[in-house]
Design a protein around this ligand. Structure first.
Ligand code: EPZ
Length: 415
């Protein structure tokens, strides 16, 4: 397993470019098998999760060509099995969206219950209820769900707002017979982007990006080209990293509109920002604390909760962080405490952080993608040498992060 060795406590400076959004590209990979024609996907981040979904598609008999960096061509002329490889699926929670395209295309899908995860239980009831509403039959035998049936349009109200649940229902109902009405949908930009892609393949989806979505099912979809939208979580992570290390960084190739809730938090924390249509510059500022509550889009993203906690360790005063989306997404803070953070846990969803504190360099383990990245920010803040283990977690979502951070002056190497 690779590690990062970081010599922290230095100010960074320069320009960093944002890659395509992992959580958008993954869903386009899954959706590309709704058509037997070729789908070309551009601006794909070269990250581990993309390698995993490519492996899952190949395992289904789908052709996945990677002609050059950031570009993929997927052709699902035939799908040779409806079983989603349990071994790979367990490593990639996003594999759950593939259940919907396999079901819609072949009338059947078999898959294991996705593994739990350090950030929470992550049940799949929303998916099962949605497929049932579209007329599918569900069996669970030999540790595999077996879902089958010809899908028909229906009305479905999400009992819980779910990003991948909404995406799965967009895909499944695009090929269902008749009209589907979805209510209480998630509104993340990745969902609107998926709907735009599906519409370019011939789907008829209206309202994606709002809680109400209407889909008129079509007989078949054709191939199309898609350019992955910029990764808003990566852009937000860089902005927080810059503010926490008191660095002057220009973040390019991003979509600042997708991060309005973060800009509000950063401005309240005293961070000086220059926002343009596709870039954000962070100017070193004196930080004061702020309360942060995660929320479904357009609220503050849960995926930025861990980085923002590191920022609060460097801000004056006591701030409350309320994680409302996942039930176990604050436990990573135990390790940040060992780095010197003054953290008080009120309950599994709420903590207070008092700052500013001097963080101490040490050896740390990445528990998951976003907490791993938060530790990396903490290690850049802390003076001295930190070692970050289990870098695979960071590689799942951030392309060659050490090379990109080195270009703006970070002392970080992979060993
Ligand atoms: C997506 O996960 C993202 N993953 C996550 O990013 C992100 O943290 C999350 O949305 C929230 O924004 C991908 O897009 C691949 P949810 P998802 O279903 O769709 C509950 C990252 O680091 N729920 O919106 O799995 C669930 O337990 C990852 O890139 C049910 O109760 O999240 C949670 O409390 C981590 N039943 C809430 O809904 C269900 O059937 C929201 O989860 C499904 C979800």
């Amino acid at each position: 397993m690779d590690k990062f060795v970081i010599n922290g406590g230095k100010k960074l400076r320069g320009t960093i470019e944002v890659k395509g959004a992992k959580n958008a590209a993954l869903k386009i990979f899954a959706a590309s098998i709704l058509t037997p024609e070729t789908v070309k996907i551009k601006n794909v981040p070269e990250v581990e999760d993309i390698t995993r979904i490519s492996e899952l598609l190949k395992d289904l008999g789908v052709e996945v060509i990677h002609p050059k960096k950031g570009e993929y061509q997927i052709t699902a002329a035939k799908i040779k099995t409806s079983v989603i490889n349990p071994y790979i699926a367990k490593k990639l929670r996003a594999s759950i969206v593939l259940t919907s395209s396999v079901l819609a295309r072949t009338g059947n899908v078999k898959f294991p219950h996705p593994g739990g995860c350090v950030i929470g239980e992550r049940p799949i009831n929303v998916f099962l209820d949605g497929y049932k509403a579209l007329g599918a039959k569900i069996n669970y035998r030999n540790n595999l769900y077996n879902i089958s049936g010809k899908l028909r349009g229906a009305k479905f109200v999400f009992s819980n707002i779910s990003v991948t649940g909404t995406e799965a229902m967009l895909m499944a109902s695009s090929l269902a017979k008749g009209k589907t009405v979805l209510k209480n949908c998630a509104c993340e930009p990745e969902i609107e982007s998926l709907a735009n892609f599906l519409n370019s393949c011939g789907a008829k989806i209206r309202g994606a990006g709002t809680p109400f979505v209407i889909i008129e099912g079509v007989e078949s979809l054709k191939g199309a080209e898609y350019k992955t939208i910029p990764d808003r979580i990566e852009a937000g992570t860089f902005a927080i990293l810059a503010a926490a290390t008191k660095s002057n960084i220009l973040i390019k190739n991003c979509e600042p509109e997708h991060l309005d809730s973060l800009w509000i938090v950063l401005k309240s924390a005293g961070v000086c920002l220059k926002i343009s249509s596709d870039s954000v510059e962070i100017i070193p500022s004196r930080l004061k604390t702020v309360d942060v509550k995660t929320h479904e889009y357009p609220g503050f993203p849960t995926d930025l909760q861990a980085p923002v906690c590191v920022l609060l360790t460097q801000a004056e005063g006591q701030g409350l962080v309320h994680e409302t989306i996942f039930e176990s997404r604050l436990f990573w803070l135990d390790e940040l405490k060992r780095m010197g953070a003054d953290v008080l846990m009120h309950d599994p969803h709420r903590i207070s952080i008092k700052g500013p504190t001097k963080l101490r360099a040490r050896e740390i383990e990445s528990p998951d993608l976003r907490a791993g990245m938060a530790y990396l920010i903490a290690a850049l803040v802390a003076k001295g040498k930190s070692t970050l283990n289990n870098v695979y977690q960071i590689d799942r979502g951030y392309e060659k992060i050490e090379e990109r951070l080195r270009k703006i002056g970070a002392e970080i190497k992979r060993i």
